[in-house]
Design a binder for this molecule. Structure first.
Ligand code: SF4
Length: 260
């Protein structure tokens, strides 16, 4: 199915399902997605596996375009809830991620001081000191955990290289950010390469919730497919299914929100 790449460094403001009025920052070139996952549901399509040279957006370009947009938005007396790092892949892979966060914070303070800065990340780079320092600086850290079992993690998120769910889980439960982060979890059903995938099954949810009890996030954001996906045999799950998951979390004392 057709997917899309963001064609600019700064996009929006858009009405985000999860973050209100959000100005997006894409640190990755418009020609290819850069990520160390290859999620079967990624709205940016499949991860490029070396066919296109890796190209991140220059820091100076990001800052210039962001300042122009913030200035124009402030001059129109409009308000932005979030400046959100998302876009064509995993933002924390940018080699200057920490410096960019520091300078984006300064621009936010100058032009839109009430806006919060959010980073959507797949949580694979939490061992890197510079990434941790950068994430400490932002207002909202939203970290991915779609699966409770290694098998489903490999099927859903298709990590590149030797990455395991258990390593990511170890980082997430290690007390980072004093628990001040959210988990985002995508739920879906369907098949991929003839194999069934359904992370709403009771057996999957049991393992996933057991991990969340140990991770202790301040909130879990539940969502499902909203746009085209690279695998066309996937289905979004119903709002009722997401509510059922939220109800289970509530019983365990874990707050959650549903985006549909
Ligand atoms: S982690 Fe995010 S950007 Fe990377 S493949 Fe998955 S959905 Fe796409």
């Amino acid at each position: 199915m057709p997917t899309f790449l963001f064609d600019d460094v700064v996009f929006g403001p858009v009405q985000s399902r999860r973050l209100g009025t959000s100005l997006g920052i894409n640190l990755i070139s418009p020609t290819a997605k850069i990520c160390n996952f290859d999620c079967i549901y990624c709205e940016c399509g499949w991860t490029d596996k070396g066919n296109t040279p890796i190209k991140f957006v220059e820091k100076s370009d990001t800052l210039r375009k962001l300042e122009d947009k913030l200035k124009a938005t402030a001059n129109k007396l409009q308000f932005i809830d979030y400046i959100t790092f998302a876009g064509n892949g995993e933002p924390t892979l940018h080699p200057q991620f920490e410096k960019i966060i520091v300078e984006v914070s300064a621009l936010r303070n100058k032009w839109m001081p009430k806006a919060k800065i959010a980073v959507l990340s797949n949580a694979t780079t939490l061992k890197k000191e510079s990434v941790l320092r950068a994430l400490e600086e932002v207002d909202e850290r939203i970290l991915k955990l779609d699966a409770g079992t290694e098998q489903t993690f490999q099927l859903l998120n298709k990590p590149l290289g030797r990455m395991s769910l258990s390593k990511i889980y170890d980082d997430l439960k290690s007390g980072l950010f004093n628990g001040d982060f959210k988990i985002q979890s995508m739920f879906l059903k369907g098949t991929v390469n003839g194999k069934s995938v359904d992370n709403t099954l009771d057996s999957e949810l049991k393992e996933w919730t057991e991990k969340l009890i140990e991770i202790k996030p301040k909130e879990v954001m539940l969502y499902s497919i909203d746009r085209d996906t690279p695998v066309d045999t996937l289905e979004r799950v119903s709002k009722l299914d997401l509510k059922r998951i939220a109800y289970t979390l509530d019983g365990l004392g874990i707050s959650s929100t549903i985006s549909v």
